[in-house]
Design a protein around this ligand. Sequence first.
Ligand code: IPE
Ligand code: IPE
Ligand code: MG
Length: 250
Amino acid sequence: MAFWRKKLTKSIPSKTSETPPKHVAIIMDGNGRWAKQRGLPRTAGHAAGAETFRKIATHCKDRGIPYLTVYAFSTENWKRPEEEITSIMKLLEKYLMEAIEKMAQDKISLRFFGDLSPLSDRLRRLCEETQRISLTYQSEIQVNVCLNYGGRDEILRAARACALDCMRGKLDPDHFTEKDMAKHLYTSEIPDPDLVIRPSGEIRISNFLLWQSAYAEYYFTDVLWPDFDEGELDRILKAYQGRKRRFGGV
Ligand code: IPE
Ligand code: IPE
Ligand code: MG
């Protein structure tokens, strides 16, 4: 084998299937359909979905997964009826007020990915306060909540920031790198997701972590998010461990 080839194969190891995921990302979808199946208003589905989130975040922590990122509200979800948006925001407030009380005890820290500026003052302040408190104790899992988040919006913001650095002479427009871009993403301090899960039967990505998921393993399941439980996550983790990741190598 030519020496350069040997060197290249060595520098890009394919991860063995036993490596547990460091970062799991979930599109929490199917709340509305879950409610409809039961003759309930969509808002009841969102309330049930919030309970599932609590349960799954704890389970990820118990499984030793250091990062969980969940999609809670997309930049496109503003298209929904105003009353549904209001009820989702109210649920978020309620969740955060409860979470603040016991985050330290639960050893869970929270971050928010997305543009929080269009949120109500109250919700935005709660998000900021939650993030601030999260930095004050040792946690076992960092949970990132994507709120008014869009993958394209995130990439656009990073591109704008790089353009500004170019104008200021801090970056060379012909030579700035993927790393320079990644520095301006919400995920700048954490690894890319290893596993992206979408419940609800939809086989699409809906503008979630577009940059970061370039080499993620995807798992799609028909289970609706409020019905998603620890057993389902364990089955998915097992399936993930059977996958062979090559990252373009051999
Ligand atoms: C996901 O559930 C929650 C949000 C997008 C806020 P949906 O509300 O999209 O549920 P379905 O897809 O209509 O069942
Ligand atoms: C994706 O679900 C966004 C969240 C789960 C927050 P959607 O229900 O908004 O996605 P689409 O419209 O089915 O693609
Ligand atoms: Mg949906």
